[in-house]
Ligand binder design. Structure first.
Ligand SMILES: *Cc1c(COP(=O)(O)O)cnc(C)c1O
Length: 389
């Protein structure tokens, strides 16, 4: 196990308040904040270009760290400013013809679904949703029946934003590949809280964000692409980093995954993202996974004991997201009342995961997402506060 006291010293706010929103935007540890702030200060002295040049090796190491975390090579990673950017950059680059099919999951994140619907309308493709099984995870039998050689992309949300399940990504990839479909994994809510190994899962692409379970800064994200794939895809928007202007009327795409990156970026945030990943690697993802699971399991059990509270988490395998409602109480009111007592939770609204919420007749759920730096006493405090409302 890791040294919880040391970790909590790195995150002073974790002691003064009960922070249960690592699924929204976590508390970055001090070394991450210091990395970003130090770089901004350096930019103020020598300018952004020189400041970045001084950190070339560290900037390159950001990709190596991410690659180490997910079992990839640094050359398979494209950095971006959000998970959505990475997801769409890949999604919009996959060639689609009229009649092609795009399969989404029922817990699909709104931004992904919106992109799929827009693109389908433009090219004459068809968007379909693979149903969830009674346990709440993607129905693998239904997926198998739906797959045919018109399916180009299967989009799977690894861990949904509105509840505590983890979808079986490897099984989905295996089935999809039998029919030649590409699998795009939205790993926003799984990266940083459970082990995610792209080799093991066999997905073609993966998108993730820095600010959630990775405890990195806002405005950071990345895309992983299976090595052979980059060269066959053309991103819809290019710049002088993703391509080169080689003659008056000619440009050449970068040969590798760099074609999915723009030149301009928030260097301070990027360095801080690398620091966040290193911080996680130091603790060890298995220790983190265990600590998060213990906390979420404990919180669910405590919440089930509170009159009028219903826990809504589904799935055979659970994540660190705990979703619930309280009879007769509006979720945002509960959030605000807890905030007054120094407890941070958030609310997941129907529009973020429309199909799943409609399916379950839910309009909004309160979401508590305890990371490894939260103590069990703090979870008790949260439950006691909820009881007192
Ligand atoms: C947060 C989230 C996203 C979007 O991430 P951004 O970095 O805000 O683009 C996508 N999918 C899921 C499941 C999420 O929880």
């Amino acid at each position: 196990m890791f040294d919880l006291d040391r970790i909590r010293r790195d995150t002073p706010a974790a002691a003064s308040a009960v922070f249960l929103d690592s699924a929204g935007s976590s508390l970055p540890p001090d070394p991450v904040v210091e990395t970003a702030v130090a770089h901004l200060r350096r930019e103020a002295v020598v300018g952004g270009y020189r400041a970045a040049n001084e950190r070339m090796a560290d900037l390159a190491a950001v990709k190596s760290s991410i690659a180490k975390l997910i079992g990839a090579q640094a050359s398979d990673i494209a950095l971006s400013d959000s998970a959505t950017r990475s997801w769409s950059d890949f999604f919009y680059s996959v060639p689609l013809s009229p009649g092609d099919r795009i399969l989404l999951c029922e817990v699909e994140y709104a931004s992904n679904a919106i992109a799929a619907l827009q693109r389908a309308a433009t090219v004459g493709a068809i968007v379909e949703f693979v149903p969830s099984d009674p346990s709440g995870q993607i129905d693998l039998n239904a997926l198998e029946r739906m797959l045919d050689d018109r399916v180009r992309i299967v989009s799977l949300v690894h861990a949904p934003t509105n509840g505590g399940l983890i979808n079986p990504a490897r099984e989905v990839a295996e089935l999809a590949h039998r029919h030649g479909a590409l699998v795009l994994l939205d790993a926003c809510q799984s990266i940083g809280q459970v082990r995610v190994d792209v080799g093991e899962l066999g997905v073609d692409a993966l998108s993730a964000t820095g600010r959630k379970w990775l405890r990195g800064p806002r405005g950071t994200g990345f895309l992983y692409l299976r090595p052979e794939l980059a060269a066959s895809l053309e991103p819809p928007a290019l710049d002088l980093h993703s391509a080169q202007w080689i003659a008056k009327s000619e440009f050449q795409l970068a040969a590798d995954v760099t074609r999915f990156e723009f030149w301009e970026c928030d260097v301070a945030a990027r360095l801080a993202l690398g620091r966040a990943v290193d911080y996680l690697l130091d603790i060890g993802i298995d220790a983190v996974e265990e600590a998060v699971r213990e906390r979420a399991t404990y919180l669910r059990a405590q919440l089930r004991g509170v009159d009028g509270v219903t826990v809504h988490d589904l799935g055979e395998r659970k994540s660190g997201i705990v979703s619930f409602t309280a009879d007769g109480k509006i979720p945002t009111d509960v959030r605000d009342a807890l905030a007054e007592r120094g407890i941070t939770v958030t609310v997941s609204h129907r529009r973020s995961t429309l199909v799943d919420m409609n399916q379950r007749g839910l309009d909004a759920v309160i979401r508590a997402s305890p990371h490894y730096f939260v103590t069990f006493e703090q979870l008790d405090e949260m439950v006691a506060a909820l009881r007192s409302l």
